[in-house]
Design a protein around this ligand. Structure first.
Ligand code: SF4
Length: 449
């Protein structure tokens, strides 16, 4: 067996792509390793949404280069958004780099890597792939690592939020064929998957690129009926694209988790307009109220940016007040940083770094309070928890997630130890909150599952 080390940066889409890369390489005799020094192929699956991605990739490649003198067969590859953005230029600039590919080439990774070794060439392939089957291609060797799996339903984004690089690197929206999605869902369930997360940059716009495709809500209903599937969820959604039929799904579909990641980004209407987000603060508040009316236990999460160009103290205060009022159960917050090539890159980045940090800290204090409050609200309840595997705390406990997507570290009484395994749904008494998760005690299996 040859060994591949994949370093994954960024979002769940990249985590999913890394799984597809590994699956696509298995027929070539590759298996995964976590050690750079024993790898025959090292792939950086990159993200250019935040930070200084190109600089990070270059310095990481610089650190990896000496490994090539120890193992002359070692190949280095850069995939993902940085690969797509810089393509051939990366290959020209970094002589020890062997392969650059974009997100659209993930389905063809086996062919590309075979050419590296067989033809002894260096390759940059980053063009937008026109063949839908190739874009979404998955190997029969799909890597199933537990009871939960991602399932890509579309790629790209047409929204062009002014700060976001995604439409520039992942291209326009392309929906996957629904039959292909359903067949893949069934195959994953047949291999032991119990929970599916439907993935896309803005899943709510599924089907809009091609007449005749189901809407996202219709697709959710179809996947929900896959026999053997116990749970269903999705990411990510632009709050500007949440029609009534999607909200109705939360009323009708019991397998749909009570969890919705709904990025607000800013609490100020002026900043939302400058971000080209296409909804107002009031519309977002109304959407949250509708969702909570349908599922009062709904765990809402969000993304927020502070220090967007021109953001005044008063506009920032509106983001703080949104956090105080909406009480998200979890949130990702960031200080704005320029992404070259986006519309916002033409605006003066005029909030000083120290001020951005001050705003970020002030916001995170409130978000931490809300997180803690959400965790505490679970204490004393009896939750249904899908067991995923060993707890990351390494204390011999199991880990799983509630139907509202809270992580639970699970103590299993001795008499139940033989009965409870990953993939099972367990009744759990929630005992106390931890920093970002819950502690619970297993009471028994739910409905004999
Ligand atoms: S909806 Fe906006 S933030 Fe989300 S991927 Fe598209 S452009 Fe980026």
């Amino acid at each position: 067996m040859r060994k591949v080390r994949i370093h994954t940066f960024g979002c769940q889409m990249n985590v999913y792509d890394s799984e597809r890369i590994l699956a696509g390489l298995r027929p070539l005799g590759f298996e995964a390793t976590q050690e750079d020094c024993e790898a025959d192929l090292i792939i950086l699956n990159t993200c250019s949404v935040r930070g200084k991605p190109e600089a990070k990739v270059s310095s990481m490649l610089g650190r990896l280069a000496p490994l090539k003198s120890r193992n002359p067969n070692l190949k280095l590859a850069v995939g993902g958004c940085v690969g797509k953005q810089h393509g051939q230029e990366l290959l020209d600039r970094i002589p020890y780099l062997d392969l650059v590919f974009g997100p659209d080439q993930v389905g063809s990774i086996g062919e590309l890597v075979a050419r590296l070794y067989d033809d002894r060439v260096r390759l940059a392939q980053t063009a937008d792939e026109a063949d839908r089957d190739k874009v979404f291609a998955t190997s029969n060797e799909d890597v199933v690592t537990g009871p939960s799996a991602f399932l890509s339903i579309m790629k790209g984004c047409n929204q062009f939020c002014s700060y976001c690089i995604v439409p520039h690197v992942r291209g326009r929206e392309v929906s996957r064929d629904p039959d292909d999605i359903l067949a893949h869902a069934q195959a994953l369930v047949a291999r032991g998957v119990r929970e599916l997360t439907l993935l896309g940059q803005n899943v709510n716009r599924y089907g809009l690129d091609r007449p005749g495709l189901p809407s996202f809500a219709q697709l959710l209903r179809q996947v929900h009926e896959v026999p053997g599937l116990l749970r269903l969820t999705f990411v990510t959604s632009n709050p500007g694209d949440c029609p009534e039929d999607l909200i109705q799904c939360f009323a009708d579909l019991p397998k749909l988790l009570s969890f919705f990641h709904l990025p607000l980004q800013s609490g100020s209407d002026e900043i939302l307009r400058a971000m080209n987000r296409r909804y107002t603060r009031a519309q977002y508040f109304e959407l949250v109220a509708r969702l909570r009316a349908v599922r009062p236990e709904m765990h809402l999460s969000t993304d927020l940016i502070v220090g967007f160009p021109g953001e005044t103290e008063a506009q920032f205060e509106e983001t703080l007040s949104a956090a105080r009022q909406l009480r998200w159960g979890s949130a990702f917050s960031f200080a704005y940083s320029v992404r070259p090539g986006t519309a916002a890159a033409d605006l003066p980045d005029d909030v000083p770094a120290a001020e951005k940090n001050r705003r970020l800290q002030a916001l995170q204090e409130i978000l931490d309070e809300c997180l803690h409050e959400g965790l505490v609200a679970n204490v004393g309840s009896i939750a249904t928890v899908l067991v995923e595997g060993d707890s990351r705390r390494g204390d011999g406990q199991l880990q799983g997630r509630t139907h509202s997507n809270y992580i639970v570290n699970l103590r299993v009484p001795e008499e139940l130890e033989d009965q409870i395994h990953p993939g099972m749904v367990v009744k759990v008494k929630i005992i106390r909150p931890l920093l970002h998760s819950l502690r619970g005690e297993a009471l028994g299996l739910v409905d004999g599952r």
